[in-house]
Design a binder for this molecule. Sequence first.
Ligand code: CTP
Length: 401
Amino acid sequence: MERVFPRKVLLGVTGGIAAYKTPHLVRLLVKAGAQVQVVMTPAAHDFVTPLALATVSKRPVLTDLFVRDGSGLWNDHVHLAAWADAMLVAPATAHTLSKMVHGQSDNLLLACYLSATCPVFVAPAMDLEMFRDAATRTNLDALRERGVHMIGPETGELASGLTGEGRMTEPEAIVDALIVALLDGSKLAGKRLLINAGPTQEAIDPVRFIGNRSSGKMGFALAEEAALRGAHVELVAGPVTLITDRPGITRTNVTSAAEMAEACRSRFPQVDVAILAAAVADQRPKQTAGHKLKKSDGPASLDLEPTEDILAWMGANKAKGQKLVGFALETKNGRAHAEDKLVRKNLDLIVLNTLEDAGAGFGHDTNKVTLIGADKNAEELPLMSKADTARRILDHLERLL
Ligand code: CTP
């Protein structure tokens, strides 16, 4: 399986000789799809240059809590820690490990560690006797007990010329360990997903359109969560104001139902799963005026024609093994309509949204949905954030894979 790692990694580099391997480590992470923000301790600068790390990570390298150029600027450790999906300290010297245990925060790396709520990994690297020392052992045990993941160290040749335990795990194996720890177990890892999101706009003339109130938030939450689980996501988005910078997501912007259909149909044969969360217009004006209609020549009524039903087309054309998830937005008799759509469009799962629930549906950050499988078994979820709803939908989908 292709190794993909669409994560935001905060890489802490400390002052040990193994730091010379970190540009390679960054390259491997970036190649696997990660975004890497490097934070160095001051001592790490003696072993590897910020220029090398900034070049391979394509981001400025940070070292200081405070920018001492009289500007009054500071590097926000809280923001950096919140940005990260995972923090990796490699190499982790005995000194930094000790400071981590004792909650010291006299440099940016340590302040980030104290602020981090994401999984933290350390790849210790030091000489044999330092590693054997009771203090180091106690520190490593304390960190392990607090949930910090240990990667290595390995036994081998050390910088001192001695041979023994203390070598930093090789960059390739560090990346493997991260992927296994964070992505293994997800049936979506390595899978190709097509997700559409947002409304469509059907032009009446160059300035007016028929649209709807979809914000795209549910589809974007699904795309982010699927990418986090290691999937390659093709996100086809209608006109929305949302942004996503998560690696693993390839975004295509469309405006009309016809463009949405074209983008989705052409991608469908290559994907394992399609989730159609977009609110595609069912009707469009038969004619679009080439110029802005004047009040005087504005039509009293609009002639409409149906758009293509993308989901129904996919249901009729899906290959063996391809899974299809649709949404149903209903205002009355939700369950019956959703079940009908599930059968009619040949779906594996339908997500029923009823606008009857406060805080659910268009524009909100929360949603309240019922998941109905092909066996008609229904899982009614409580009101929760769209990110949590996305997790539950994908958990359900993983059970179908
Ligand atoms: N859908 C689609 N193409 C369309 C219209 C809808 O792919 N032209 C998809 C939506 O993305 C959603 C599902 O069909 O996943 C259900 O959409 P909805 O508007 O609720 O259902 P319709 O089939 O249009 O039925 P109705 O309007 O009668 O409720």
